[in-house]
Design a protein around this ligand. Structure first.
Ligand SMILES: Cc1ncc(COP(=O)(O)O)c(C=O)c1O
Length: 436
């Protein structure tokens, strides 16, 4: 019987009426999971899936990596929480993290969610600059609290969603540029002309920082123009603003480097890390470059769970695994493989408008027509469900198929995952009458 099977359905049915607010992912494929090991997940009926979402961009080093599980278990037995007092495992984590980050980061604070790290980052930018307004990018995602939502376009609040002083501006999206030249290609200069003008006419003149996801995850693995982040950096420097990169989703090897910003030759002033940082354990970080690090002392930075020993152990073990297992090198090999494969798929499938990726952060944008680029949501939904039924656990995003396979996957299994997606797209095209 194709999944979801009877136990999945039974378990899901028991709380479907009371556990509210499920993501579209679960609503479209209501499976109940029981186990995860390495790159596979097993559901309550014993069906196994190749995990092409890494949880949700989280378990990049595989589910229940023995070194990480053991590190967490050790502190679950000896010391779970001692507020923000110093522990040896925290000292080792902070030293390791600073050694692995590029540039001159010199201030760290630890949290239990990406959103809270982003909120702390905003406070740190304000404290360091004495200014209070922020620029952020169209379609970025930074979390669901008031400050994080003020940076982004989401509809999680009823009523005004943006606090005063938060200014969302267009950002680079080469496939669908807001500003374009006559030949249709992205006009990068126009973005910066707009920012310069907006700074004068649209703000109170107190812009503290520019907050961006270096690569947009939720919006659909959108990779900016290669020069975009460097020019944002220059824009910030010109106007005494700090550049804050929200790398909750892109950090720790996901994009082929510790920070995705490195792939663009840029170092941010403030950076947030999450998801893959603890490989499944809720641990996140907010890091500030040395010249601005003392600002953290002014923002009442600590929290109940931030930096607890289990969390520190998980993050330290994850960073060590990244080094010991040559994860960044594997991701760069995988990037080459995935890009080649996705481009071949784009040649074969008329509904693929663009294939893109950096590291193990991949996207296939489905369109009804390559000329008009009209998004093809219905196809996205069908491909998602068909592939899941064939044994691929992954993340839908409307018309953009987002893939975030584990960073430890080998090429054979990576190919198997892509075969499933390829097949699902073919079947969807046939069903919707879009075959060649
Ligand atoms: C870029 C980015 N920032 C912040 C967040 C929020 O992180 P969390 O869900 O851990 O609060 C996310 C979550 O998806 C994210 O992708």
């Amino acid at each position: 019987m194709p999944p979801p099977g009877p136990r999945s359905k039974g378990l899901h049915g028991r709380i479907a009426g009371t556990f509210k607010g499920l993501s579209s992912q679960v609503r479209l494929f209501p499976v109940a999971f029981e186990k995860g090991f390495g790159v596979t997940l097993t559901d309550a009926d014993g069906n196994t899936y190749l995990d092409f979402s890494s949880g949700i961009y989280v378990t990049g080093l595989g589910h229940c990596h023995p070194k990480i599980s053991e590190a967490v278990a050790r502190y679950a037995r000896t010391l779970m929480n001692c507020h923000d007092f110093t522990t040896e495992v925290k000292v080792r984590l902070v030293e390791k993290l600073l050694a692995m980050l590029p540039g001159d980061f010199g201030g760290v604070q630890l949290y239990d969610s990406g959103t809270v790290a982003v909120e702390a980052g905003l406070r740190a930018v304000r404290a360091a600059t004495g200014k209070w307004e922020f620029f952020s990018g169209f379609s970025d995602f930074h979390g669901k609290t008031f400050g994080a939502v003020s940076l982004a376009r989401t509809n999680v609040f009823f009523g005004p969603t943006r606090a005063p002083g938060f200014h969302m501006v267009p950002r680079s999206y080469p496939y669908r540029p807001t500003f374009r030249k006559e030949d249709g290609s992205e006009d990068l200069d126009a973005y910066f002309r707009f920012y310069e003008q907006y700074l004068v006419e649209g703000t109170a003149g107190k812009a503290a920082g520019f907050v961006l996801e270096p690569i947009q995850g939720w919006a659909g693995s959108i990779i900016p123009h290669p020069d975009y982040l460097r020019r944002v950096r220059e824009f910030c420097d010109r106007h005494g603003m700090l550049f804050m990169a929200d790398e909750v989703l892109t950090c720790c090897g996901r994009a082929g480097a510790m920070l995705a910003c490195e792939r663009f030759g840029v170092i941010p002033d403030v950076v947030t890390l999450g998801k893959g940082f603890g490989n499944g354990f809720p641990v996140t970080a907010m890091c500030v470059r040395k010249p601005f690090a003392d600002g953290i002392d002014k923002i009442s930075a600590s929290s109940s769970y931030g930096g607890n020993p289990m969390a520190c152990a998980a993050a330290l073990a994850s960073l060590e695994v990244i080094e010991e297992e040559g994860i960044l090198e594997n991701v760069m090999r995988l990037e080459k493989f995935f890009l080649q494969r996705m481009r071949r798929m784009a040649d074969e499938h008329p509904i693929i408008g663009e294939a893109r990726g950096m590291g193990c952060l991949l996207g296939l944008e489905l369109v009804k027509d390559r000329a008009t680029k009209e998004p093809f949501d219905e196809a996205g939904k069908l491909v998602y469900q068909k592939a899941f039924r064939k044994g691929l656990a992954w993340i839908p995003a409307g018309h953009i198929l987002r893939m975030s396979p584990p960073l430890i996957i080998d090429e054979k299994l990576a190919a198997k995952g892509m075969d499933i997606i390829d097949e699902a797209i073919g079947e969807t095209e046939k069903e919707l009458g879009f075959s060649r």
